[in-house]
Design a protein around this ligand. Structure first.
Ligand code: NAP
Length: 512
């Protein structure tokens, strides 16, 4: 006889869910779970605060490069953004407000790092181990650990012997006063280009080490005028702004045009970047040459920045268009063998995006870990699900980077929540993607990479094998369409032979 939801999942009649991470993804998942009437969930966050990337990255000048009214949840549009592009402190305030608005505090446990999760095929539960020795059980596991969460530290000879402060932008050490110091920043990606204009006026001298330049699109960021602030108090103006930003992105992504050299959209954007270099650096042919990429647009992740080129022209800033060869106790030696004395070393060397779920080992029903299954080439169905890993959903997983990220996180959360509602409704305890669908989808997504500038450029999108494992080449609407139609079609559902009631999950007492 079919068991009731209460018999299967406990008195609340809803599956127990563990969400890993309280960044924008984990919080979206929490809100969607609550809206679906699922209170039996806990969100574990390894940091001391919510916010994910916006808590981790607190470097000077940190702000988003998507318009504020688009880089926000569809369910929380009302927020008094002060700028076209929100700053990191403002984003943290926004995230805290969402947590409070939706009563998520009780569900979030801070300072709790999830280390591993293993599927129990008899009971259809995940056994989840935390760094503090705690072990919990759940029916459904949602990874919301994010994409750019594992810093990439260089392995230059001598780095450890450097005697001054040295730190990665992911963990900015605010206790070091940079005033009057000789500072080196290595890397010229989105992060470094935000930092350089802010610290250049303070330091004695700033050395910017560039290995390969990125294409820079003028960002057009500014504080909102009083008139704009007044206007955005109205829901209609906010909605209009959101639609305007969204439409621009969708059109640029239509038929992958923005990423494919030879299309009008791609050529226009490359011309805008070239024009920006020419106008900003008209009087500095040396810099013009050094910052002009030799690969087709966009190649790497494009940089949105208005003030970086201006900062490079300052007398106290030197761009060194060479890689770092080694570090000495008091300086940096570039690839040409020139050493420069440095007091503080800032590593703006980015992250390990292709190393998905680097900090969590998930084991599936065949006893193999996800990393072994992937074997260096992460893939998922819609970036979210993997055969042999039932009831496991990855937010911001493989090949989902590149679109409008907040809407992706919302669609992915909704996808997982729909499956959870199905478990409750149909009394099933394991939902798993069909291997044939998974394989066909991943063949298709790889075919979609053909003709993009990514293939012929150096970027962080490629696994060591050269396969592009991070990018979604289309728009958000197409992704939403696929996530909306495919859940049931792509998966199989089963019931456990043993009891599937998890024990010891630290959900709020009211929901247990
Ligand atoms: P990144 O884009 O990966 O840039 C890292 C930089 O470090 C690159 O210039 C890279 O050079 C250089 N580098 C790496 N290893 C090096 C080494 N061993 N020696 C010398 N140079 C080295 O990292 P990021 O700037 O931190 O940005 C990461 C991503 O975060 C961005 O792409 C964006 O998605 C996101 N982000 C967003 C915002 C925003 O929304 N406002 C702001 C910051 C970051 P090569 O190019 O030659 O590899």
């Amino acid at each position: 006889m079919r068991k009731s939801a209460e018999e299967l999942f406990g008195p609340a009649g809803t599956p127990k869910v563990i969400v890993i991470g309280a960044g924008l993804g984990g919080i979206a998942a929490g809100v969607k779970l609550k809206k679906a009437g699922v209170e039996t969930f806990v969100i574990y966050e390894r940091s001391a605060s919510v916010g994910g990337t916006w808590w981790d990255n607190q470097y000077p000048g940190c702000e988003v490069d998507v318009g504020s009214y688009l880089y926000s949840y569809s369910f929380k549009q009302r927020f008094p953004w002060t700028r076209t592009h929100a700053t990191q402190p403002e984003l943290l305030r926004y995230i805290e407000e969402v947590v409070d608005d939706h009563g998520l505090r009780d569900h979030i446990q801070l300072g709790r790092a999830v280390e591993s999760a293993a599927w129990d095929e008899e009971r259809h539960i995940y056994r989840v181990a935390l760094a503090n020795g705690q072990v919990e059980e759940c029916n459904v596991l949602i990874s919301a650990v994010g994409f750019l969460n594992t810093p990439r530290y260089p392995d230059w000879p001598g780095l450890e012997q450097f005697e001054g402060p040295k730190f990665h932008t992911f963990r900015w050490e605010h206790e070091h006063d940079l005033a009057g110091k000789l500072v080196a920043i290595v890397g010229t990606g989105s992060t470094a280009t935000q930092i350089v204009p802010v610290i250049a006026p303070v330091v004695d001298h700033l050395y910017v080490f560039q290995r390969e330049p990125g294409w820079i699109i003028p960002k057009g960021d500014h504080d909102y005028t009083q008139d704009q602030l007044d206007r955005f108090r109205g829901a209609v103006a906010r909605r209009r702004e959101r639609i305007r930003l969204f439409t621009w992105l969708e059109m640029a992504n239509f038929r992958r045009a923005i990423h494919r050299p030879g299309t009008k959209v791609n050529a226009n954007l490359e011309n805008i970047c070239r024009g920006f270099i020419d106008s900003e650096l008209a009087d500095r042919p040396d810099l013009r040459e050094a910052v002009t990429p030799s690969y087709p647009f966009p190649g790497k992740r494009p940089i949105f920045n208005q003030t970086y080129f201006g900062a490079l022209k300052r007398d106290n800033v030197t761009l060194i268009p060479r890689a770092v060869a080694r570090v000495t106790p008091h300086g940096i030696v570039d690839a040409a063998g020139v050493e420069r004395q440095v007091d503080v070393l800032v590593l703006a060397t980015g992250f390990q995006p292709t190393n998905y779920l680097a900090s969590v080992e998930v084991t599936g029903r065949n006893g193999r870990s996800l990393h072994d299954e992937w074997n260096g080439e992460p893939e998922g169905f819609l970036g979210m699900t993997v055969p042999c890993f039932p009831n496991f959903y990855i937010l911001y997983g493989p090949n989902t980077n590149g679109g409008e990220i907040i809407s992706f996180l919302e669609h992915q959360s909704s996808y997982a929540v729909r499956a959870i509602r199905r478990m409750r409704r149909e009394g099933v305890t394991a939902i798993e993607v069909r291997p044939a669908v998974f394989r066909a989808y991943n063949r298709w997504i790889q075919r979609s990479m053909k003709g993009t500038a990514w293939v012929v450029s150096n970027n962080y999108y490629k696994a060591k094998t050269g396969k592009i494992v991070t990018q979604w080449p289309y728009g958000a609407l197409f992704y939403m369409f696929l996530t909306n139609i495919s859940g049931r079609l792509s998966s199989t559902a089963r019931r456990a032979s043993g009891s599937s009631r998890p024990v010891g999950v630290a959900v709020p007492a009211s929901a247990a």
